[in-house]
Design a protein around this ligand. Structure first.
Ligand code: TYD
Ligand code: MG
Length: 459
């Protein structure tokens, strides 16, 4: 009996309620959500002959052979660390980030090292061969093993993959790719999802590790990396302020390792450079003996990092006082200001308040509350926090300082960078390993913390 080919059918599905329609709607007729209906290609399985039943293979876990998990080093320690020890054979990795943040640069740079022993196919839908060559020359990436294909059509690309059989595949970017059987434009939810699925089917069969670039886009006209996060094995996001040169690579999903790692890079004339000592970098150029500055110790992934928090307090010109923060949540700032007013007796009601985390870093860990509070009080009172002081702790609504995790790690990092006096939550004191080189002070309230920091141990 002849086997019938699988049938493909185009349907429209609401991403909010899951209803399916035969045509597109701007507003879902079922749940009334706007712009939620998107095209979807449905591939129905080949029909079975009557009486035939499909059976899957059920296996006892002890009898399964996990196979050999080969990892390739990318030549960049920071990237290897984020990936959990290198690229896994057959893994599908997504690198997301704002346009222009450095995704193509990073991927082209790793080709220099990987290209020594492996054949790489770099598919670009954004740049021409000439543009890539220019950039590669600038980044000193060369080699006989690097092949470039400038193409948007997914079927052509997958055929090239089958013909060339590369060891590593790079697709830059998924939003420019186009699958002929999907009628919507490149970059739409349906295209992005179906192209990713098509890449996955091919590379899993051929066991080729693949990087996909996905642009993050706020206005939603282009489907972002979120629509393919569930398909891929590993999701990395490039973060950082485009105006500063520091870039953070954060892992949010990893089927082959932990998601607790971040990589730090600096964008320079020669491309991205790894930063092995981020604390030193973030604290370089820190002004000494000025008010409104406090050093925080935060944990990014599993790595402790020191960063400077600045607070500026100035009289309000007219109308409502302004509250602005860069690198710190503005709701959290309002909360800290309320606690400082109500519980600690520091008044900001007729004052503009600005908070800035130096270096373009975004700190969302609760342990940063205390340094923010101290920087603000220091700005308000115009008093200098001694340069050898670091603080961390969460500020509670009653003005108490709550305990945080990984205290020893934070203290070691501060000590490594020459800090002498470390203000920690009082509750954490009992778990601190005693050390000779630093003074660790436990505090219970914000006011106590501020007084301790200012006293510099002299009182
Ligand atoms: P790019 O990798 O093209 O970004 P993406 O692929 O994420 O959209 O990064 C481009 C930016 O990086 C661009 O603004 C210029 C800058 N850049 C440098 O500063 N130095 C360099 O050596 C390179 C290659 C790029
Ligand atoms: Mg690019």
């Amino acid at each position: 009996m002849p086997v019938l080919p699988p049938k493909t059918k185009t349907i429209y599905e609401c991403s909010e309620c899951g209803s399916e329609f035969t045509k597109w709607y701007g507003k879902c007729p079922n749940c009334d959500a706007w712009n939620s209906v998107a095209e979807k290609v449905q591939i129905s399985a080949a029909p079975l002959a009557t009486g035939q039943i499909r059976r899957g293979t059920v296996q006892q876990i002890n009898t399964i052979d996990p196979g050999r998990q080969t990892r390739y080093s990318t030549g960049m320690q920071e990237l290897d660390r984020v990936l959990g020890g290198g690229i896994v054979r057959g893994g599908l990795m997504l690198i997301g980030g704002d346009p222009g943040i450095g995704k193509s640069t990073l991927l082209l740079q790793i080709c220099a090292h990987l290209g020594r022993d492996h054949k790489i196919l770099y598919v670009s839908g954004e740049e021409s061969e000439g543009q890539i060559k220019l950039r590669a020359d600038r980044l000193h990436v060369a080699g006989d093993n690097l092949y470039i294909l400038c193409e948007n059509d997914m079927d052509t690309i997958l055929q090239a993959v089958r013909d060339e059989v590369p060891d590593i595949l790079i697709v830059d970017s998924i939003q420019t790719m186009n699958l002929a059987e999907v009628t919507s434009a490149s970059g739409s939810v349906a295209q992005v999802r179906e192209c990713t699925a098509a890449i996955m089917r091919t590379i899993k069969q051929m066991d080729i590790p693949t990087f996909i670039v996905g642009h993050v886009n706020k206005d939603g006209a282009i489907a972002g990396p979120k629509v393919m996060e569930h398909i891929v094995d590993c999701v990395l996001y490039f973060e950082g302020d485009r105006h500063s040169s520091y870039r953070l690579l954060r892992c949010v999903k990893n089927r082959y390792g932990s998601t607790n790692e971040i990589g730090v890079f600096e964008m320079g004339d020669g491309g991205l450079e790894e930063v092995e000592n981020p604390s030193l970098m973030l604290l370089s150029g820190r002004p000494l003996n000025v008010s409104g500055s406090c050093v925080a110790c935060t944990i990014e992934g599993t790595r402790p990092m020191l960063a400077e928090v600045q607070g500026l307090v100035s009289p309000t010109g007219f109308g409502n006082p302004r509250r602005m923060s860069t690198g710190f949540d503005s709701n959290r700032l309002s909360l800290i200001l309320a606690v400082l007013e109500k519980k600690a007796g520091f008044f900001f009601s007729n004052l503009d308040v600005y908070v800035n985390v130096v270096g373009g870093l975004w700190l969302d860990e609760p342990a940063v509350d205390l340094p923010v509070a101290i920087a603000l009080i220091s700005g308000l009172k115009d008093t200098v926090i001694p340069a050898g002081c670091v603080a961390f702790g969460e500020v509670g609504l009653t003005g108490e300082i709550r305990s945080v995790s990984n205290v020893d790690q934070r203290i070691s990092e501060a000590a490594r960078l020459g800090f002498k006096r470390i203000i920690v939550p009082h509750h954490n004191l009992k778990s601190v390993t005693p050390r000779q080189d630093v003074v660790v002070v436990g505090v219970r309230t914000v006011r106590e913390a501020y007084e301790e920091m200012q006293s510099d141990g002299q009182a």
